[in-house]
Design a protein around this ligand. Structure first.
Ligand SMILES: [Zn+2]
Length: 254
């Protein structure tokens, strides 16, 4: 019998999957259109681990998805990094399509009264840039700093930062979908924008729901308080500290 080697990692095949890298044995055959077609549907609609399955579960039972990934069941759902990348891609597409930037104004931006006008203006410009033209960077920063408060507040539950980062990737991705849904769709369909406040409230309700069910080992009142404080810390870092840091490092002016 002729020996077969995995074309992905050169290991000798035994069985239907490469035991070294996990590539399926049939991947050694030349690509056919059906492979691409099946891959697409498998990754997108598959009842397990498919994108829509993950999206739906993450919306109705977020803690189930977050806990299952953190606790090691990592094939059941679309993994958090891929999920975030899909969200960012869809967001970029809708942003281009719906011209959503014009819906955003920064009249509510206060800055810090004790800082110079010049610095506050620079911060405002950075803040705007991160939610309009530089959304990719803005969303990545958001995902990275989201766990900071929760890591400190819920440290008794002993989650490490990477574990909370997967939670963050899933939740930030869904906040992108919520934004895209409420801002992009109405613009596309009836040429109107949902009020920013409405979108923010929808995202907040989702975050609070997801986080309070996720940290359920902590007593309810304390948990709700910690979740709210954690969110305040997140918004403080994301919308004030990061723009301040960027404004100090790379000053912008009108
Ligand atoms: Zn292999």
């Amino acid at each position: 019998m002729k020996k077969r080697y995995c074309k992905n990692c050169e290991t000798e095949f035994k069985g239907n999957y490469c035991f070294n890298c996990g590539q399926v044995a049939t991947a050694n055959n030349r690509l056919k259109f059906t492979n691409i077609f099946n891959d697409f549907f498998d990754n997108t609609f598959n009842i397990h681990k498919g994108f829509f399955f993950t999206f739906w579960k993450l919306l109705i039972r977020p803690s189930e998805v977050l806990k299952s990934f953190i606790q090691g069941s990592r094939k059941k759902f679309t993994n958090p990094t891929r999920y975030l990348v899909i969200a960012l891609a869809i967001h970029e597409f809708f942003k281009y399509w719906s011209n959503a930037n014009e819906a955003i104004n920064a009249e509510h931006f206060q800055g810090f009264s004790f800082l110079s006008n010049q610095l506050n203006t620079s911060m405002l410009l950075w803040d705007l840039r991160l939610i309009t033209d530089w959304t990719l960077l803005g969303n990545l920063i958001e995902a990275l700093v989201f766990p900071i408060g929760f890591y400190g507040l819920f440290r008794k539950l002993r989650y490490n930062y990477s574990e909370l980062l997967t939670l963050s990737f899933y939740l930030i991705a869904n906040s992108i979908f919520i934004t895209t849904f409420f801002v992009g769709l109405p613009k596309l369909l009836i040429n109107a924008y949902a009020p920013v406040l409405f979108v923010v409230i929808a995202i907040m309700i989702y975050y609070i729901y997801a986080l309070t069910t996720f940290f359920r080992e902590v007593a309810l009142l304390k948990r709700i308080l910690f979740v709210l404080i954690g969110l305040v810390i997140f918004f403080f870092i994301r919308f004030l500290l990061i723009p301040l840091l960027l404004a100090l490092l790379f000053p912008l002016s009108i």
